[in-house]
Design a protein around this ligand. Structure first.
Ligand code: C3B
Length: 814
């Protein structure tokens, strides 16, 4: 084992300034005098990267030569956020950087802001992957993140004059991107199409076309672990850059066709999230990154070996399938073992099943991917054969277990028409986990019930977590300092359960007041951020109430906006006296999938409610509503620390976990929420008296569906709800146009699949309780401190520890 060497530091700030100058001169081609903030950002990024290089090489060597099994996290999304501050923190260079850039005539904040945020993920699932690789590195566990370096990430969101969402492409690679290192010499060939023939009694796949998968390596530095792991994102290149023959005939467009076809594979991130998509290109993407990653792992762990002993593969690395997106990896590893290395079926199956584990992130049946068999057959004919054979073996196994025929049919991986990827993952791997206690239970009881009956030992839970480095230490320096002061140490940053030590301080009024001052300062800072970024004027002497997440019906942004409308009407009509009105600013942030009609209409409604409310002199100073455009990690880092009341109001049984809820609690916001996903565990830990619970439970929801749900009944029963819906239907938020929101209104009144109307009264009622508490700042902030103190469990370090123990059976490098 190589000795662990510290990153190349410490350096003084003067030395670091010299390193930046050197990068400017030799890499950027500008002098320090000519340099702009954008130049200094790139130069500083490269300088930090150099400091991490030695630890990166050491970690790689130890990963390969040591005998600690590594983790391969296969994920179609990694929503990393900006890198510079995080890299500086983990390299121990934050102070040197601050001084160095000042000596070069810049403000540190301007340099950090010059970074363009990569948007290589949709939402929770992609951000979770980013938190997990941070925690793996911080715990010193050897790990690779494997994914795709999309040329265009999640779209940039703007709003037009009518308040409609407009999507524009995210040109994130338009400027120099200093973090990723493209490694042309470690490429992989990935093939598609063609046919399977028999040669000498063996199946041989003759693909029709291939693309070149080139890795782009990102360093993943651990916090105080001296370890630097690798995030390897594949980019697709063509083998035939140019068809000269076609070009000579001056058919230029034809000449570049193969290149375009190949490069299309890594061109764009699908912007759908938890909704149904089934597109050929998406399957191409999935196979592309998974095939390249599996081959890469073999290259890494058996260097230079023509005939490696791949029966040891599961001892070298365990692969986590992040949702169904990488599940094609199961037949791919079978194919590699059988076709490329000559193993028999049973040996290959043993290795494959030991290698993979599957995390399910949803409860919506439509979000579990199902591929048409015809599509797989066309694109990956050999894989379809293997899947058929896996299914045959599976059927025989079920029969031997005594599972009846009807049940076995329901469980089919391959139905003849289609392939159910969640079922393939469940059978083809060792473990299946949900992402919160409730979610894992519902997977066993409902979504994957038959599988859990047949294979009870496979199922387990790992509750999600978030990294305290980015979401507390970096996002909330004021609170971080206060925590460190309160605990007398900053060790909590890598041992978040230490926050419990703050519990007694919640009874210390002086400490609570200091906490309140930090929150006020964060609100003040956010007012500045909102002015700079959105041109908004926000009154910081109002309660900051936030709902940020993807726009989805089940998350029920509708419930929030209807309550806001109802509040607006009450103020306008004088049903509440001026003294009883608690001034609030409501922030929404949400992207809707471009093809998701009702979600986009909800955004439009929120924008137009915002216009009406914010321009109405009658409610000025009492209520303001803002739909902030382009919710992303940067906004989260600024808005979450400033928030006092957080909304987690999904229909019970629909949000697998949620991770925003954890970030808010850790930053001292109180939550109003349903008993859904990780809310349940947050409430358990922070205490029922420090959480605003409302709404139906999973059992009540099920019963109401079973009894027959009629939303109109609720509309008639609660005058506040009736009034709010009538205002929308009557054109108050559409310049008198009564048709503008007709589809939304009709959905509420006749369908309302996620029972927004049924939960409205409880939600509106609890507002009084919330406002009463808020009027007592000391008590409010005491509860907020208790939220912080009791949320240490929700560190992604703890999630990773759980994966290590329950699923991966490995640990840190020695
Ligand atoms: C999300 C779920 O919707 C969240 O409840 C959960 O916290 C995160 O995953 C992380 O586990 N999710 C997502 O962002 N995209 C999907 N396709 C499926 C689930």
């Amino acid at each position: 084992m190589t000795e662990i060497t510290a990153p190349k530091s410490p350096v003084t700030s003067a030395e670091f300034a010299d390193e930046i100058r050197e990068q400017l001169k030799y890499s950027q081609g500008v002098t320090a005098e000519q340099a702009t903030a954008a130049d200094v950002y790139v130069a500083a990024a490269k300088a930090v990267r150099n400091h991490l290089a030695d630890a990166w090489f050491t970690t790689q060597a130890d990963t390969v030569n040591g005998n600690t099994k590594a983790v391969g996290y296969l994920s179609a999304e990694f929503l990393m956020g900006k890198q510079l501050e995080n890299a500086l923190l983990n390299a121990g260079l934050t102070e040197q950087f601050d001084e160095a850039v000042k000596s070069l005539g810049f403000q540190p904040k301007d340099i950090v802001d010059a970074e363009y945020e990569p948007g290589l993920g949709n939402g929770g699932l992609g951000r979770l992957a980013a938190c997990f690789i941070d925690s793996l590195a911080s715990l010193g566990v050897p790990a690779f993140g494997y994914g795709i370096q999309y040329k265009y990430g999640i779209f940039k969101q703007k709003f037009d004059e009518d308040g409609k969402q407009v999507e524009t492409p995210d040109y994130w690679l338009n400027n120099e991107e200093p973090w990723g290192h493209i490694d042309y010499n470690r490429d992989q060939k990935v093939s598609f199409g063609g046919e399977v023939v028999e040669e000498d009694g063996k199946k041989v796949w003759k693909p029709a076309w291939s693309v070149r998968a080139v890795p782009v390596d990102y360093l993943v530095p651990g916090y105080k672990s001296q370890r630097v792991n690798t995030l390897r994102l594949w980019t697709a290149k063509s083998y035939d850059e140019f068809d000269l023959l076609a070009f000579n005939k001056s058919e230029y467009m034809d000449a570049v066709k193969p290149q375009v076809k190949a490069e299309n594979i890594s061109k764009i991130l699908y912007p759908e999230d938890s909704t149904k998509v089934g597109k050929e290109l998406r399957l191409e993407q999935q196979y592309f990154f998974v095939s390249a990653s599996l081959h890469d792992a073999i290259r890494v762990f058996y260097p230079g070996q023509d005939k490696p002993d791949l029966t040891t593969f599961p001892n070298k690395i365990t692969f986590q399938l992040n949702d169904t997106h990488p599940v094609i990896g199961i037949p791919e590893l079978m194919r590699i073992l059988i076709d490329e290395y000559g193993y028999d079926w049973d040996t290959a199956w043993g290795v494959t099943q030991k290698t993979f584990n599957y995390t399910c992130h949803t409860l919506l049946p439509e979000a579990l991917e199902v591929w048409p068999a015809s599509l797989i057959g066309e694109l990956l004919p050999r894989h379809l054969e293997i899947i058929e054979k896996i299914n045959e073996q599976f059927e025989a196994e079920l029969k031997a277990k005594g599972v009846d025929e009807a049940t076995a049919k329901d469980m089919a991986i391959y139905t003849g028409d289609s392939v159910r990827m969640a079922y393939l993952a469940t059978y083809g791997g060792s473990h299946v986990n949900g992402v919160a206690e409730l979610h894992s239970q519902l997977l066993k009881d409902v979504t994957l019930k038959n599988f859990s009956d047949a294979y009870p030992d496979k199922f387990t839970n790992v509750t999600n977590g978030v990294t305290p480095r980015r979401f507390v230490k970096l996002a909330n320096p004021g609170l971080s300092d206060l925590i460190t002061e309160g605990l007398g140490t900053d060790k909590w940053v890598s041992d978040l359960e230490m926050l419990e030590g703050l519990v007694p301080l919640a009874q210390d009024d002086e400490f609570v007041k200091k906490f309140a001052a930090v929150k006020a300062a964060n609100k003040h800072a956010f007012v500045g951020f909102a002015k700079d970024h959105y041109g908004l004027d926000i009154d910081e002497n109002t309660m900051f109430n936030t709902m940020v997440k993807r726009l989805h019906e089940y998350k029920r942004q509708s419930l929030k906006i209807l309550a806001v409308i109802s509040k607006y009407a009450a103020i306008k009509n004088g049903t509440v006296s001026a003294d009883d009105i608690l001034p609030r600013t409501v922030f929404f942030g949400a992207k809707a999938a471009p093809g998701y009609y009702l979600a986009k209409m909800t955004i439009q409604l929120i924008n137009n409610v915002s216009k009406v409310v914010n321009n109405d002199p009658d409610v000025k100073g009492k209520l303001a509503v803002h739909m902030l455009p382009n919710y992303n990690i940067e906004m989260a880092q600024n808005l979450i620390p400033a928030t006092e009341l957080d909304e987690q109001i999904s229909q019970a049984g629909k949000e697998a976990s949620g991770t925003g809820n954890m970030k808010f609690a850790l930053n001292g916001a109180l939550t109003v929420g349903t008993l859904d996903g990780a809310n349940v565990e947050i409430r358990e830990r922070v205490g029922a008296e420090n959480f605003f619970l409302f709404g139906m439970t999973v059992e009540e929801v099920d019963k109401l569906y079973a009894d027959g749900y009629n939303p109109a009944k609720y509309y008639e029963a609660d005058p506040r709800l009736k009034q709010a819906i009538d205002l929308v239907a009557g054109g108050t938020f559409s310049n008198g146009d009564r048709n503008a929101y007709a589809p939304l209104v009709s959905d509420w009144l006749t369908k309302d699949w996620f029972m927004t109307l049924a939960d409205f009264s409880a939600y509106a009622d609890i507002q009084a309780e919330i406002e009463k508490l808020y009027r007592d700042p000391l008590e409010w902030n005491r509860k907020a401190v208790l939220n912080v103190a009791n949320s240490g469990f929700f560190s992604s370090d703890r999630s990773i520890e759980d994966y290590l123990e329950r699923i991966w059976h490995t640990g840190p490098l020695a």
